[in-house]
Design a protein around this ligand. Structure first.
Ligand code: ZN
Length: 165
């Protein structure tokens, strides 16, 4: 077993009962129980920026910084917008976008911006398909506006100021 985590964002547990760990995680976004209504209900309770909620593993499991930025771009939602300010339609778009982005990233076997490799030691290819992440100052593929970088919930965040409201 080899675990490389240069940024030290990960944690590993050895437990007898996995529910002690997994039980603290929110629903899996590609699973059956995560529907658009569930997402809207969850967002409606939170005043934090929508991006911070997407990254909160206790709210929804498994969305990292890259995929949160990409999903919010796909949904046309500004990352710093308060989660509870999202309309039902916006939550539906975000639900669709989260699944789309995660499915595409899985097809590409992840994103290798630095040192990420999958279980077979292969680099992911999804970094070649990102639309906003780490594209600061480059033109938006949809409208040509320069991609902006800000900090939201302590994390580097990339978005198009024109396409994302
Ligand atoms: Zn744009």
């Amino acid at each position: 077993l080899c675990y490389v985590d240069l940024r030290k964002l990960g944690t590993m547990w050895l437990v007898d009962d996995e529910s002690a760990v997994v039980g603290k995680l929110g629903p899996e976004p590609l699973g059956e129980v995560f529907g658009p209504q569930e997402l809207h209900r969850l967002l409606a309770k939170r005043s934090a920026p929508v991006k911070a909620v997407l990254l909160d593993q206790g709210a929804i499991a498994g969305i990292g910084n890259i995929y949160a930025d990409e999903a919010l771009f796909e949904a046309g939602i500004r990352p710093a917008k308060a989660a509870r300010a999202l309309s039902r339609r916006a939550a539906e778009r975000l639900h669709w976008a989260v699944r789309k982005v995660l499915m595409e990233a899985l097809e590409d076997r992840g994103s290798s911006f630095r040192d990420y490799v999958d279980a077979e030691g292969e680099q992911g290819m999804h970094q070649l398909r990102v639309k906003v992440f780490r594209r600061t100052g480059e033109p938006c593929y949809a409208c040509g506006t320069a991609i902006k970088r800000v900090r939201v919930g302590g994390r580097s965040t990339h978005y198009c100021p024109k396409c994302q409201r």
